[in-house]
Write a protein that binds this ligand. Structure first.
Ligand code: HEM
Length: 411
């Protein structure tokens, strides 16, 4: 398959939306002040003791040109550091929450987000895509072989959450590639059906692999996840009444309100949905569309390209062949199974946890009485949202050769 699409959109054959090379380990020496934000003491200690705020306040106020010397991987490293530091700065240890980022951090965040085509705060890219590396580069992506650079809490559970996510992303690369190969094949005058069958089998194996990795997230401690880790995923929208002022970037009266860190910003899931013609409905469709602007721009452009070039093609083609229809349906069933397991996890880690009493509540962690457990990172009604993406996935199955199937919602 021609890989031009992949090169143009920074999507790698082996790793999909995860860069196929390791992130930078350190910034060049003149950026030591920024490196110091996450070491001596480690970031999680600086956040819980609030020292992160002093460290950020003492940073030099650098002009944008200062950051131009950085390579792409170094810019991503700095973006990751600044995004973690910014969330740590705003949320602190939950006691006194701030609503202003000083120029020393607001300016480089604004500059780098434009350079990297992303948002000027934490996102799925800064916590997962650009924040993980292989311990042994000669061994593939598996939970045991990934290390995460930065976490808010220094807990194994937080590392596991990002590790599972990045391994799910890489596990799905084979599916994305094989499905692209099928799309290419069916665009030809005489597509080779055997080749298509081979690619479907590979895609299905890869989707099953994604599912088996997702199940490893069951090993987290749900109390720790909801009350200690998840608060920091909050952005500046819905949870802060007026958003955050980016000092030195915006005029004094301007506040920015962004959604925080969410796997709904994964490009892999949205790309697979386009290929399988899974078209989401409210509540969720508008939010998922909005999440495109939180992805690295090249990845969001890849999804729009897929929408204009490929939406519905696979489904229309396989309808003409019983065995290919079955292969398509097996893949869709696997996607639905992923969403069913994920819904159970959201129930366990978010909805049920919110009923626990007497906890320090801030950011995305709130007790039920204050509306906790009901909303996702983007204030979506999370159970309805996740049930609805599960339902639309089930509905994408082809039934009886007559077109789109209809499955009753699960109660
Ligand atoms: C096990 C712990 C997890 C919990 C508690 C959890 C929770 C949630 C919540 C609350 C949402 C609603 C989105 C929002 O408001 O931003 C969401 C969405 C989503 N999550 Fe997770 N999640 C977990 C793990 C994962 C993993 C490991 C992945 C895959 C890498 C993932 C992929 C997604 C996707 C793609 C969405 C968007 C909805 C969809 O496409 O169905 N999640 N998750």
């Amino acid at each position: 398959m021609d890989s031009f699409l992949y090169n143009e959109y920074e999507v790698a054959r082996e790793t999909a939306f995860v860069p196929p090379y390791p992130p930078a380990t350190f910034l060049p020496p003149q950026f030591q002040n920024f490196e110091d934000l996450v070491s001596n003491p480690p970031l999680h200690e600086a956040i819980s003791s609030l020292e992160i705020r002093n460290k950020v306040d003492k940073l030099p106020d650098c002009p944008p040109e200062f950051f131009n010397v950085l390579s792409l991987v170094e810019k991503r490293r700095l973006m990751v550091i600044l995004a973690f530091a910014a969330h740590g700065y705003i949320w602190g240890n939950g006691d006194q929450i701030l609503d202003r980022l000083p120029p020393q951090v607001a300016k480089p965040l604004d500059f780098l987000s434009k350079e990297l085509g992303t948002v000027p705060l934490g996102s799925y890219a800064t916590t997962v895509l650009w924040n993980s590396r292989l311990k042994d580069p000669n061994v593939g992506w598996s939970l045991d072989n990934v290390s995460v650079d930065l976490t808010f809490t220094g807990t194994k559970d937080e590392s596991l959450f990002y590790t599972v996510s990045v391994c799910v992303e890489v596990a799905g690369a084979e599916a994305l590639w094989s499905l692209q190969c099928i799309l290419l094949e069916i665009s030809k005058d005489s597509p080779c059906l055997d080749l298509i069958r081979e690619h479907f089998a590979k895609a299905h194996r890869s989707l099953e692999h994604m599912l088996s990795i997702l199940k490893q997230a069951d090993k987290m401690n749900s109390e720790l996840f909801y009350w200690k880790i998840r608060p920091y995923f909050a952005g500046w929208r819905n949870v802060l009444p007026d958003g955050v002022h980016y000092a030195g970037v915006d005029d004094a009266s301007t506040r920015r309100s962004y959604v925080g860190i969410s796997a709904a910003q994964s490009s892999l899931f949205q790309a697979l949905d386009v290929i399988f013609d899974i078209s989401h409905e409210e509540p969720g469709a508008t939010y998922l569309h909005k999440m495109l602007s939180y992805m690295p721009l090249s990845h969001a452009r890849f999804i729009s390209h897929m929408k204009t070039q490929a939406a519905g093609h696979l489904k229309n083609f396989v309808r003409g062949y019983d065995d290919l229809t079955e292969m398509f349906n097996r893949c869709v069933r696997c996607r639905a199974e992923f969403r069913a397991v994920h819904l159970r996890q959201a129930q366990k880690y978010v909805v049920k946890e919110a009923f626990r009493e007497g906890k320090c509540a801030f950011g995305l962690a709130k007790p039920v009485a204050a509306g906790g457990g009901i909303h996702g990172a983007g204030a979506t009604p999370l159970r309805l949202f996740l049930k609805s993406t599960l339902l639309t996935t089930k509905e994408a199955k082809i039934t009886g050769g007559t077109g789109i199937g209809h499955v009753k919602p699960e109660q």
